[in-house]
Write a protein that binds this ligand. Structure first.
Ligand SMILES: C[S@@+](CC[C@H](N)C(=O)[O-])C[C@H]1O[C@@H](n2cnc3c(N)ncnc32)[C@H](O)[C@@H]1O
Length: 283
């Protein structure tokens, strides 16, 4: 019998915006690498690879973080680095399912199902907090850290096992509220320890907080747009891909997909159950 070779060793595979979910047999890229092996690169810039380099390109929960008008140019870059006939696989939060559940939550709350009021609150966070937040984690993180989450099962069903990791208690609050002057002193001390920040504080005054907000909002954490199967398929076609089709977490034309466990665990359970998965071919 010939020796078994892992598909990742025979193929060139690219995972863009990998975050903490990457496989060593893939070339992994992120603006904010979580590991030394991950290539640091801003996906709003052209990809640092030659034309027709890869047998598959994959990105999960990344496209919605790019400004709407940059999505198609980014997908064109994905096509450029793919070999003809190779696969692009995209996972994004599924707007259609989210909207369907939102409407269901409105109806069931109106009909007096008290549990659905909590589901409605959560769905509003999924829809809006991810778009409008001005600090990391936003109100969603606060909701998940509440030790008494009223609709824990619903939230876990939406976010999968990742929700459980986020449901850790927040650090203990200070035993007493610092006085106004003490907190001002602390802010000044923090600023003074960082000369660049001190210079900016002197230059911008209170506007420094606006700069912090702008910086956070362009950090890649917030959602800049959302997709359903129709609009994602259209975007892929506009970028020059052919045959866009919806697939399951475990289903792919990428050889050995399940073995990489990028979208699902070994039992086939999706890491991010709120996802829409679409694959398309480079012509
Ligand atoms: C929601 S996380 C998804 C991570 C991973 N793909 C997953 O499915 O768990 C989005 C990732 O995209 C990255 N990202 C967002 N905007 C980016 C950009 N312009 N360039 C490179 N990476 C970006 C973030 O740093 C983050 O790691």
């Amino acid at each position: 019998m010939p020796p078994q070779t892992s598909p990742g060793k025979q193929l060139r595979l690219l995972n863009l915006g990998c975050g903490a979910r990457f496989h060593p047999e893939w070339t992994n890229v992120d603006r904010d690498p979580s590991d030394r092996s991950v290539i640091r690169h801003d996906l709003l810039e052209p990809l640092p690879f030659a034309d027709r380099t890869f047998d598959a390109v994959y990105h999960s929960h990344v496209l919605e973080h790019l400004p709407r008008d940059r999505a198609v140019p980014f997908l064109r870059e994905c096509r450029r680095v793919l070999r003809p006939g190779a696969t692009l696989r995209v996972a994004v939060p599924d707007l259609e399912e989210l909207a369907r559940l939102y409407l269901e939550s409105v109806r069931r709350t109106r009909e007096g199902e008290r549990d659905w009021q909590h589901n409605h609150d959560w769905l509003m966070l999924e829809l809006y907090d991810q778009v409008v937040r001005t600090r990391s984690g936003g109100d969603m993180a606060s909701y998940l850290r509440d030790p008494q989450i009223p609709n824990r099962a619903f939230v876990v069903e939406r976010l999968g096992a990742e929700a459980l990791q986020l449901m850790r208690p927040a650090p203990a609050p200070p035993t007493s509220e610092p006085s106004h002057s003490a907190s001002l002193l602390r802010r000044l001390w923090r600023t003074a320890r960082h000369p660049r920040r001190l210079a900016l504080r002197l230059l911008l005054g209170a506007d420094l907080e606006l700069l912090d907000t702008a910086r956070f909002r362009s950090s890649g954490e917030v959602h800049q747009w959302m997709y359903d199967a129709n609009s994602l398929g259209n975007a892929l076609e506009r970028a020059g891909f052919v045959r866009p089709r919806r697939v399951k977490a475990t289903e792919s034309s990428i050889k050995g997909w399940a073995s990489f466990m990028l979208d699902a665990d070994p039992e086939g359970k999706a890491h991010k159950p709120d996802s829409l998965y679409v694959e398309a071919e480079a012509p």
